[in-house]
Design a binder for this molecule. Structure first.
Ligand code: NDP
Length: 322
């Protein structure tokens, strides 16, 4: 395909939903969807790969209607692709740059109506970073939302060298990043994480010193207590029983009760944060984790969502090629 700015079409293929419901029911492939208009501070991206996140199907199901953008909408937060055109206020990025990022600044607040599950998307320059040099587009697409959530959450808990951490849901998109960042970026002295039996070895390979099989052990009944618990599942009531005196519990599950002193946050996308982490991605200390069945053709996007909805995905699912 000729991807120069002069060849940008006005219509594109995109997965679109016009009503709330299960992705397999409401997601339709539109071959004639408008290519999004570029604002001054944005770049137009030829999407090469896009990753799925639970927020995409939760939003489709209608769980966040209070912060929805008007339908019809194209889902998709994570992208890796090539800059085709830049807005007049764009300072750093230029045509031809290979970029990646989460295109929605606020995790739950009125996402772009033209998301990443399409041939083209737009994003503000400050939400993007240059793709790590050692990674392909599929691997890069698997990173932004998950690593951003992991990094921001760990910052909020003030995890620092010498502290211990327990990661609940260690094998998910976010958990696989939390384990790696806790160990290799924040310098935790001990990293523990939970998964079912078949995924314990993966947790260890990512840097977990202790892998807890949640089908056999209740983490809060173990004698060991932790300085920090990163709760990616919504189990704050149990988590607060497993912290040391003065310990912190951060939960990212967006709904449900919170037990004190647990706190919750919703991520903010940041290109600068990705640039900071590029060093750890490029030296191989932190790696994207993609499910063994994890790359789906664009035409198989609804099937990929069905798999994500099972809650059993290891790491990330990526749609490629687009
Ligand atoms: P995933 O869909 O990637 O998680 C799937 C993993 O969850 C599977 O590997 C599964 O492993 C594991 N899992 C399921 N049940 C349990 C359990 N009881 N204990 C331990 N592990 C379990 O999810 P994400 O990591 O992408 O997201 C996690 C949650 O965080 C979602 O609810 C998402 O909406 C939310 N989120 C919130 C954000 C925020 O800003 N607040 C940002 C990003 C995500 P196994 O098969 O071994 O059970």
């Amino acid at each position: 395909m000729d991807n120069t700015a002069s060849s940008i079409p006005s219509k594109m293929k995109a997965w679109v939903y016009s009503e709330h419901g299960k992705p397999v029911d409401v997601l339709k492939l539109d071959s004639n969807y408008d290519v999004p208009q570029l604002k001054e501070d944005q770049v137009l991206i030829k999407v090469v790969a896009a990753a799925l996140n639970p927020v995409d199907f939760k939003r489709m199901l209608g769980m966040f209607v209070h912060s929805d953008s008007p339908l019809p909408s194209v889902p998709g937060y994570d992208v890796a692709g090539v800059v085709l055109k830049v807005g007049s206020q764009v300072r750093t990025l230029k045509e031809g740059d290979e970029v990646y990022g989460n295109i929605n600044e606020k995790g739950l607040d009125r996402p772009k109506r033209s998301g990443t599950l399409a041939e083209y998307t737009v994003a503000e320059e400050n939400l993007l970073a240059l793709k790590p040099k050692n990674l392909g587009f599929i691997e890069a697409a698997a990173i932004p939302l998950a690593i951003g959530t992991a990094y921001e959450g760990l910052q909020k808990t003030a995890l620092s060298p010498g502290k211990s951490i327990l990661v609940l849901r260690g094998a998910g998109g976010v958990g696989t990043m939390v384990i790696q960042l806790a160990k290799h970026v924040f310098g935790a002295s001990k990293v523990a994480a939970t998964s079912s039996s078949a995924k314990l070895e993966l947790l260890k390979s990512l840097g977990a010193d202790l892998a807890i099989d949640y089908t056999k052990d209740n983490f809060e009944d173990l004698p060991e207590k932790f300085d920090v618990i990163y709760d990616a599942i919504g189990q704050s009531e149990r988590a607060v029983k497993a912290i040391k005196e003065g310990g912190k519990v951060v939960t990212i599950e967006p709904v449900g009760e919170l037990a004190e002193p647990a706190f919750r946050f919703i991520l903010t996308s940041s290109g600068a944060m990705l640039e900071t982490l590029n060093a750890f991605l490029e030296n191989g200390k932190v790696k994207p984790v993609i499910d063994p069945r994890g790359t789906f053709a664009f035409s198989q996007t609804p099937q990929a969502f069905s798999y994500l909805e099972t809650g059993r995905v290891t790491g990330k699912l990526v749609i490629h090629p687009i």
